[in-house]
Design a protein around this ligand. Structure first.
Ligand code: GDP
Length: 551
């Protein structure tokens, strides 16, 4: 029982733990928290590693991958991860750099495993959108972008792989503005691309940063030569055509882009853009420095009793992710809590808003990739890993002081549906236990048929891989061999008006009526067109929502 990090200690009195606003403000001001969103293969792993390198958290790139590999060697349910060659779980990386304490919420990039990524964004204050310069915007990025939009996160764009054949910088900016409706402000500007990507012009300081290819394939920091714009030697160093082009483009930029408006960055309407090559370390350091300066520090969170500021004297936070079996030796699960206010201290007593239970958090963890170190204190913006997830559900509020509740994290609109059958009646109990626990963990959403009377659960997911993970875990953790029967629906809509709204409409065609885990009506459609048709024929059904918050 040594490994139990949190002991339930029901009924003890709550410690005060309140701390002055000034002391809190100092801690909060140092903190920057962000997540990277991207399409698989855009270079997220590479960029993460290079940020750690320049942040001083690691001394030689390759460490993150090595950890990932080490995990593969020791973990068993991660076997699935290995087979698929992808990263399913996400972790928070914490490091200190340039006077900031930085939390990088690492999200899985695989397109089949979106739901975790969406939840992780609920804990983030800033997002870095990574774009492959050769491919431009890709579909996976759009969904993630929309979540950032919904949450009004400041979005920073890093256009990667400039060392390869790339689209024109202006075309890339235009795509972002046109397709995402996001204004852009290029903070640096590339000089050349592909083999001729020699550096960037850094607008805030009107400097040219020239890169020299490192010898160790980018495993160490690249050397950079910095010259002020206007330095006469630039004309000799940079190829004539590139130099002329740069001159023209800088003029154009200064003419076309309005001055940087910080309030528009904070509201998520304007994205500072950086060009670089993560693999070669080009532009990574500039990006880190500039990004840290522009990124927002942890802000207030809406609760049932109004906004809670990070300087509010009591500790509050919410669970945004439950993760199973990171360490197979302990069969443990970790609940990740985003701290919203106050000071978190080791051993403090907190309450869970959902059921009023009191817990003592005796061994919280700070995450650095796979290494876990015990965390002594935490402040708004930090992520803490708690080792007693059975006490928590996704979206739970934990707090000290007077009760307050943060709204839960929405379940994202599932697009894939499948009955899960247990063909072996003697395994009924294990089957039920497995489904219930995996549902609580947020591994998958579960719906039940209403109009067919069939009692098998319908798994609802954002990606096919979620089904595979559930099936794999049902077998390896609960000993139940299950069968999937895919349904041909692709759209789910919650009937906001509830059952009465549905009854008013009467019989509906071209969709199935199901209920969610809280018994609320959900309609499943084959396509968006059928949704539009229903709305036009039966306006009285009222609002149909693509997802719903827990009640
Ligand atoms: P992820 O799937 O987004 O995590 O992408 P990875 O970081 O694993 O990178 C995908 C591939 O792109 C790998 O082969 C990287 O070596 C490569 N890559 C990443 N950054 C760059 C870059 O700046 N230039 C080039 N040429 N390749 C890169």
């Amino acid at each position: 029982e040594e490994s139990r990090a949190v002991d339930a200690d029901v009924g003890s009195s709550l410690g005060d733990g309140a701390i002055s606003a000034a002391a809190l403000a100092k801690e909060v001001a140092k903190r920057r928290n962000f997540a990277i969103i991207s399409h698989p293969d855009a270079g997220k792993t590479t960029l993460t590693e290079k940020l750690l390198l320049y942040g001083g958290a690691i001394h030689e790139a390759g460490a993150v991958k090595a950890r990932r590999d080490a995990r593969h060697a020791t973990s068993d349910w991660m076997e699935l991860e290995k087979q698929r060659g992808i990263s399913i779980t996400s972790t928070a990386l914490v490091f200190e750099s340039k006077g900031y304490q930085i939390t990088l919420l690492d999200t899985p990039g695989h397109q089949d495993f979106g739901e975790d990524t969406y939840r992780t964004l609920a804990a983030a204050d800033n997002a870095v959108m990574l774009v492959d310069a050769g491919k431009g915007l890709e579909p996976q990025t759009r969904k993630l972008f929309e979540v950032c939009r919904m949450r009004k996160l400041p979005i920073f764009t890093f256009i990667n792989k400039m060392d390869r054949p790339a689209l024109e910088p202006l075309e890339l900016l235009d795509q972002i503005e046109r397709e995402f409706g996001l204004s852009t402000y290029p903070v640096n500007w590339p000089i050349g691309s592909g083999d001729r990507f020699v550096g960037v012009y850094y607008r805030p300081r009107q400097q040219v940063h020239l890169f020299e290819k490192g010898k160790k394939h980018g495993s160490q920091e690249a050397s950079v030569r910095v010259l002020p714009w206007g330095d006469p030697s630039l004309e000799d160093i940079i190829d004539r055509d590139l130099f002329q082009q740069l001159q023209e483009e800088i003029e154009l930029l200064e003419e076309l882009t309005p001055p940087l408006d910080m309030s528009k960055i904070y509201s998520g309407d304007l994205s500072p853009v950086y060009f670089g090559s993560a693999m070669n370390n080009f532009g990574v350091e500039l990006f880190l420095e500039s990004f840290l300066g522009y990124a927002v520090q942890p802000g207030s969170h809406k609760s049932d009793v109004g906004e809670v500021e990070p300087e509010y004297p009591h500790f509050t936070g919410f669970v945004f992710k439950l993760q199973a079996n990171m360490d197979p030796k302990h069969r443990d699960k970790v609940a990740f809590v985003r701290v919203c206010s106050g000071q978190f201290t080791k051993g403090m007593k907190v309450q869970v808003a959902r059921n009023g239970k009191t817990l003592t958090l005796t061994r919280p963890q700070k995450m650095f990739a796979q290494d876990r170190t015990t965390m002594e204190t935490g402040y708004a913006g930090d992520v803490i890993g708690l080792n007693n997830p059975n006490a928590f559900c996704i979206g739970d509020t934990v707090y000290c002081g007077p009760r307050r509740t943060y709204p839960g994290i929405p379940s994202f609109s599932p697009e894939l549906f499948s009955y899960m059958r247990n063909p072996n009646p003697s395994k009924y109990k294990q089957f039920l236990k497995g489904i219930t626990e995996l549902l609580g963990e947020g591994a998958v959403q579960v719906l039940y048929s209403v109009d067919t009377g069939r009692t098998d659960p319908i798994l609802a997911a954002v990606g096919q891989l979620q089904f595979e993970v559930v099936q794999y875990r049902m077998q390896s953790e609960y000993g139940v061999e299950t069968q999937l029967e895919p349904l041909s629906f692709s759209v789910a809509r919650w009937v906001t008006g509830g059952w009465p709204a549905l009854e008013k409409v009467g019989r509906i065609y071209n969709c199935a009526t199901v209920k969610d885990q809280w018994g609320r009506p959900v309609l499943l459609f084959r396509n968006e067109w059928n949704v539009a048709q229903l709305l036009s024929e039966h306006a009285s059904i009222g609002e149909l929502a693509p997802y719903a918050l827990p009640p």
